[in-house]
Write a protein that binds this ligand. Structure first.
Ligand code: ZN
Ligand code: MN
Length: 135
């Protein structure tokens, strides 16, 4: 296959990954994305999905969510927002809440360096898991 054709295929796969992430608000892992994408791209490999995800994170087109779980999760929504992780089912939800940028200056109050950002993840029980618990 000529190199040009290969590149076009690659960017088609990349577009499909971006599109998948923009239309699925579930913050999927690479494995989940791979399993769903390969329905339309049967020749795609898990390695290709991983490579494209890394590239897209580098390009700032998607965000990576790593909070210490075994697998990294990905987000097609790159607007600033915070996440809630359910301790029971592991699902990740977007939180609608006020901006927390003030914590940078709070953290810098008694610190001699320069704080340029933070990572905050909220956790607990999601609505579904909470209602199961109450049954
Ligand atoms: Zn849950
Ligand atoms: Mn999100």
């Amino acid at each position: 296959m000529p190199a040009v054709t290969r590149n076009i295929n690659r960017s088609k796969q990349r577009d499909a990954i971006v599109n998948y992430l923009k239309t699925h608000k579930t913050h999927p892992t690479a494995d989940t994305i791979y399993n769903d994408i390969k329905i339309d791209f049967p020749n795609i490999s898990l390695g290709t999905v991983y490579r494209n995800l890394s590239l897209l994170v580098e390009l700032g087109e998607i965000k990576k969510i790593s909070y210490g779980a075994v697998s990294e999760h990905f987000d097609g929504d790159i607007s600033p927002h915070n996440h809630f992780i359910c301790n029971e089912c592991g699902k990740i939800f977007d939180l609608k809440m006020d901006n927390l940028d003030f914590v940078d200056s709070l953290a810098g109050n008694n610190f001699d360096g320069r704080i340029t950002g933070h990572n905050i993840y909220f956790y607990g029980l999601c609505k579904d898991c909470l209602s199961k618990e109450e049954d």
